[in-house]
Design a protein around this ligand. Structure first.
Ligand code: ACM
Length: 258
């Protein structure tokens, strides 16, 4: 019946960064979302109405995410948004989505410890990726870990969970370092020296976006061997591997949904 009343499109907001720190990952999320919308539309849409994406570039910046979430919901009459990569950007737009009673679909790896009736998280949670990863790393490489990440919510929470798993299994965490959200490439050689000094069996990385490339490239330049001391990650996937160079990414480990 609804289809007879109107054939107007369902407008949905799409907020994935095309610039800034995490654009390498968010560009893939954007393409995936647009492919899904195309597929739905090519099968006749929903109730005979096409889905129309309203797309903005939040530039990997939490304040810009908020600005566009408000614009989508107030000016563009959108109630459903697909978007977000970092947990800090999700946390930033959460009050907007809740106040205006919208629905946010969030597809990045999710750190948990949050509940909202206005958000559906579809990404891997820490219980799904960390437990198996920790067991595998300890069995195959050893029990001495070094943690690196960007300084925001997801890496801090993931490292807390991983620390508990490592320590309760008899392992040790030799170092835990956080980089700001706009790290310069020049920071990485010093970080690699600190890791070399600590001599871990595994480097557990929760770096995101462009930092991921800088880190794996610095590891490669410092002459580490992924067969002996791999970088294990929850956030390094195909787009980040492409950005860093496949030779640089070879031999490292990721636990993630596919
Ligand atoms: C992330 O910030 N959820 C990767």
């Amino acid at each position: 019946m609804a289809s007879k009343q109107t054939s107007a499109p369902w407008r949905v907001g799409v907020l994935f960064s095309q610039s800034g720190l995490t654009s390498v990952s968010e560009q893939a999320q954007l393409r995936g979302t647009l492919v899904a919308i195309d597929e739905i539309n090519s099968r006749g849409g929903i109730d005979g109405r096409p889905v129309e994406p309203v797309v903005y570039d939040p530039g990997s910046d939490a304040a810009t995410y908020v600005q566009y979430a408000k614009k989508l919901m107030i000016e563009d009459s959108v109630t459903t948004i697909f978007g977000g990569y970092t947990s800090s950007c999700r946390k930033a737009i959460l009050p907007v989505v809740e106040r205006l009673n919208g629905l946010l679909w969030y597809s990045a790896p999710y750190e948990g410890f949050e509940f909202s009736q206005n958000v559906i998280c579809t990404g891997t949670t820490l219980n799904q990726n960390c437990i198996g990863l920790c067991r595998y790393l300890m069995r195959k490489f050893g029990k001495r870990f070094y943690f690196v990440g960007n300084d925001y919510i997801y890496p801090r929470v993931a490292n807390q969970v991983m620390r508990d798993l490592v320590i309760s299994s008899g392992g040790t965490v030799l170092g835990e370092r956080y980089l700001n959200m706009k790290p310069s490439r020049s920071y990485f050689p010093e970080l690699m020296k600190d890791i070399q000094k600590a001599q871990p069996d595994v480097i557990f990385s929760t770096m995101v976006g462009e930092s991921t490339s800088f880190f794996y490239q610095a590891y490669h330049d410092a002459g580490f061997d992924p067969g002996l001391t791999p970088i294990a990650s929850l956030t390094t996937s195909e787009p980040e591997l492409k950005a860093m160079g496949y030779d640089v990414g070879e031999g490292h480990i990721t636990a993630a949904t596919y």
